[in-house]
Ligand binder design. Structure first.
Ligand SMILES: [Zn+2]
Ligand SMILES: [Zn+2]
Length: 236
């Protein structure tokens, strides 16, 4: 009995795809594709070597909140996510940093999102960006408590940052040895969930940290959908 997806498999073989690519696209074992290819007497497609970035992408898994878990190798003893490619070993964070910034990090790349070994490109910062952060000498029970201590209400109803700022202007809140961006902590404190994507103020106050004024990518998309639905109805 012929394989139920024989026709589709044949079409993709003719299109020049590898057994692995066909397997992924049609949700069949690549060995099955190989067997069918062999039975049809068609030659194998030489495997293209993956780029560092492609190999990196294959070893990441999405986590809630826009974080990325590393499923690849880790450095022996230290547990740091690493990627080996063409005889070189890179940290997964370094590759992630390069994906985000288009350049190599100065020093080490580290996530600032509070998730240990997160490799989400948008969450990576390098040593240069982290350096100017000064740690105040007071200890706080939580990142939220520290946020409250390091912010000031403005007369016009916004919340301004009074804590350390990096050379490139980021508001960094260090708690429990982990760097957080102040806006992410403020968002979480107000909305009770991890922000998804980039947190930005919706008000006109630059870098405002008032929870009510902060939206993440998910919230912005929801507003956009809501407004277009309203305008769609009015126009009809
Ligand atoms: Zn993260
Ligand atoms: Zn505001």
């Amino acid at each position: 009995m012929p394989h139920p997806k024989l026709h589709q498999i044949r079409r993709l073989i003719d299109a020049g795809l590898t057994n692995t690519a066909i397997g992924q696209q049609l949700h069949v074992e690549r060995q099955t594709v190989g067997r069918i290819r062999h039975e049809l007497g068609l030659p194998l497609v030489p495997r293209q070597p993956l780029t560092v970035e492609e190999k990196w992408r294959q070893r990441t898994r999405e986590l809630p909140g826009g974080h990325l878990e590393w499923t690849g190798d880790t450095s022996t003893g230290r547990g740091v996510p690493v990627l080996r490619h063409s005889g070189q070993t890179y940290t997964a964070g370094r590759v992630a940093f390069r994906i985000q910034h288009g350049a190599d990090p100065t020093g080490h790349a580290k996530p600032d999102c509070g998730v240990r070994y997160c490799v989400a490109p948008a969450h990576q910062y390098d040593t240069a960006a982290r350096q100017p952060v000064r740690e105040p000498l007071v200890r706080y029970n939580s990142a939220e408590a520290k946020l409250a201590a390091l912010t000031e209400a403005t007369p016009d109803g916004h919340l301004a940052w009074a804590g350390p700022t990096t050379a490139d202007g980021r508001q960094i809140l260090t708690h429990g040895g982990v760097n957080h961006t102040a806006a992410r902590v403020a968002f979480r404190a107000r909305w009770g969930r991890e922000p998804i994507g980039v947190v930005l103020p919706s008000c006109e106050y630059p870098r405002c940290l008032l929870g009510e004024h902060l939206d993440d990518t998910k919230a912005r998309n929801a507003y956009r959908a809501m407004f277009s639905a309203v305008f769609g109805r009015t126009a009809a």
